[in-house]
Each structure stands twice: as C-alpha cells, then as structure tokens.
Design a binder for this molecule. Structure first.
Ligand SMILES: [Zn+2]
Length: 391
C-alpha cells in the first residue's frame, strides 16, 4: 500500500514536472511578442528608467522582460490630448528608449524590420520596437509622420481616447457623440492611411471609433493591427471590438492583440470599480482636481488600497475566453497578445507582470491548442503582419 502511495506521488510529480518542462520549453522556443507596453510613459512620469530593477513599482523592466521570455516588445509612445507639443514629447520618449538601448547593447536592440527582429532574437537580446499611441502626436503634419517612421515607429494608433481633427476615437464616438460630427476619417485621415501603407507602418485600430475603424479598413491596402483590445460581446467596454469588426479584421488579414486590462475582460468589473469609487469618492474628487485625467487618480487609489483592488481583478480564464472567441469567429491566424502592462491599473489574477507570460503558454496548452498554433498566438501572427506591411 505504502509502495503504491509513494509510486503514486512520484508519478504525479513526474507528470507535473513533464508538463512544467513542456510549457517552459515551448515558451522559450517560441518568439514571444507583446504588441503594447506602456513602461516608457510610466518611467517618464515617475523618473524611472526601465533598465533599473523596478520590482514592486511597475509591471515591467528590462531584466523581467527576459525572465518572462519576451523576445520582442513594442514600446508605446504616449501622451494625452492636452499636451501642447505632443510631437516633441513623443520624440523625448523615443530618446529615452534609444538611451536605454545604448546603455544595454548586450541586452536589447531597437529594430526596424522583421529581418533585424529575427537577428536580434537569435542573439538572445530583447528586440525593441516603437508604437505611437495617438495620431495627435503627428500634429496634423505628414512630414512628422515620416519623421517618426524614420526614428523607428512601426505603428501608429490612429487615435488615443482623444479624437484628432482627422479621425474620431471610440471615446468620442460613444460619449458626447453629437459633439463629434462628422465621424470617421476625413480626406487628410485617408491620406495618412495611404502614407502609412506606403511606408510599411502598421495602422493600429485600437482606441478608434467604429466609423474610423470602418473607414480605415476599407481603404488600407495592407493588413491592420489591433494592438490592445478585447471582445465587446464578452465585455461591453466602449472600445472593445464588436463581432462585425472582428470579422472585418479576419477578412483584412489583420491581427487582434488582446489587452490584459480587467475592465476590458470582465463584464462585472465596471460595477466593482464604481463601488470602489463610491467608497473613495472624496479622495478621488480631490485627486481629479489636481489632474482631470482619471487614470492618475485611479493609479494613486489603486496602489493605496491594494487589498480592495485585489478582489476586483478579472479571473485568469477570461483572457483565454476572449482568445477562444476570436479564434472561433475568424481563426487562429488573427490573434496575439498586447498586454498594456504599465498602462493598466488592474491586471487579471495570476498575470501580475511581464514575468507571468509563461503562464499564458501553459494555459494555451491546457486548452488544447497545438504547438504550431501557440507559436502563432505568441508572436508568429504579429511577425506575419509586420512582413505583410513591409512588402
Ligand atoms: Zn491604450
């Protein structure tokens, strides 16, 4: 009896070690690409540098990208719509990325195309790419678009939450809708898509309104990127994708990269968050007086009341429910990961930072995805999209 018991335990240990080794091996072998991370903005706001050890302060830093097996990171360049010189601000953020890369030539390299990307990954260095989150940073000037491209920007999210004079955002199209007419892209907006297609710069449709989305996907000659969004049917957040949008991406050959934000994954999050805000209303109102952008007030309160916030996190499985949903609708070639780490104040349970990326591979295996499909989801689909835009 005792022998079988011992044998049982050792067999159990043997099989769990096997599974552990299997997902670790697969994760390390795959090219893991995250299409959206806001650590640069976080560094800018707090005076950090991401080659420091930022454990306990942020979701990401250079050493932890390695630990999480991330091979390619798209670094988001971001400022809100209130900045007076958004182009200059974007360039200063790009400067900090260059400075960080120059300080760490053995650990990371900025890459400009798929060929360099693969070379850098083979050297076991982090391949850093640049994505500009918000069309307002080109200041209505095509030469500034070209200039950002020359500095390495390989995608532009046409809008952030703020609209530009040439494209309406999801926020604008859903809130204060009557104030924003006409909706979608104007002639200048269409010229921007044309120029991006010519340059081989990915058109990113996260954050844009449905009208802008439809206009852009109708005129682009290249497959589009959705760098960090989820499924509206599972969580009706204002900028998640509706089924007809998901199908349009499938038809276009684009790729939807899933955002890890609890509020975009979990339909019950909005209610929990409202209850939290009600409890802390007085404190929140005073913070909003100092900075009207709610993200900053939330960031402060969320780090102050950690235990309350812990209970609001989306369940881990939801991220994969969104993934399965897209796969069922348009197939496995059109989905990837765009964590939004360091740009979100609530992540799903278990996914507390970039070091937890291997858990995604583990869950994909557990859900029965083939190794080939897991390679696609982790980075292969983004790579295909990049190559298609380079042609
Ligand atoms: Zn965003």
């Amino acid at each position: 009896m005792k022998f079988y018991k011992i044998l049982g335990i050792s067999l159990f240990t043997f099989f769990s070690l096997q599974t552990f080794a299997q997902f670790k091996k697969l994760h390390n072998k795959a090219i893991v690409i995250d299409a959206h991370n806001d650590i640069l903005t976080t560094c800018f706001e707090h005076g950090y540098s991401f080659d420091q050890d930022l454990r306990g302060k942020t979701h990401s830093d250079l050493a932890r990208f390695k630990e999480g097996g991330i091979d390619v990171q798209l670094f988001s360049i971001w400022c809100d719509g209130q900045k007076i010189n958004p182009f200059a601000y974007a360039n200063r953020q790009i400067d900090t990325l260059y400075a960080t890369a120059n300080r760490n030539p053995d650990k990371m390299q900025i890459v400009y195309n798929s060929k360099d990307l693969l070379k850098t990954v083979r050297k076991k260095k982090l391949a850093a790419m640049i994505g500009v989150e918000g069309g307002h940073m080109i200041e209505n000037d095509l030469t500034k678009l070209d200039s950002l491209y020359k500095r390495g920007a390989r995608y532009i999210t046409l809008t952030w939450n703020n609209s530009t004079p040439w494209a309406t955002s999801a926020m604008a199209e859903t809130k204060d809708s009557l104030l924003h007419q006409p909706k979608g892209l104007n002639d200048f907006g269409r010229n921007i898509i044309k120029r991006m297609n010519q340059l081989g710069m990915l058109v990113d449709l996260s954050h844009v309104g449905e009208n802008t989305f439809a206009d852009a996907i109708n005129i682009t000659t290249k497959p589009v990127l959705v760098s960090h969004s989820c499924v509206y049917n599972l969580c009706p957040a204002f900028r998640n994708l509706k089924d007809d949008q998901i199908k349009a991406i499938g038809k276009n050959g684009g790729v939807i990269h899933l955002n890890f934000y609890s509020g975009f994954l979990d339909s019950t999050y909005k209610r929990k968050d409202a209850a939290f805000n009600k409890i802390h209303k007085a404190e929140r109102d005073s913070l909003l007086k100092a900075n009207p952008e709610p993200y900053f007030a939330d960031e402060f309160l969320y780090s102050k009341y950690k235990d309350e916030v812990q209970d609001m996190k989306a369940p881990f499985h939801l991220l994969f429910d969104h993934l399965d949903y897209i796969v069922k609708l348009i197939g496995v070639n059109h989905v990837g990961l765009g964590s939004d780490f360091d740009g979100i104040n609530s992540t799903p349970q278990q996914l507390n930072g970039v070091t937890d990326f291997p858990l995604i591979t583990k869950e994909l295996l557990a859900r029965g995805y083939s190794k080939k499909d897991i390679h696609k989801i982790l980075g292969g689909n983004f790579l295909r999209l990049l190559k298609a835009n380079e042609k």
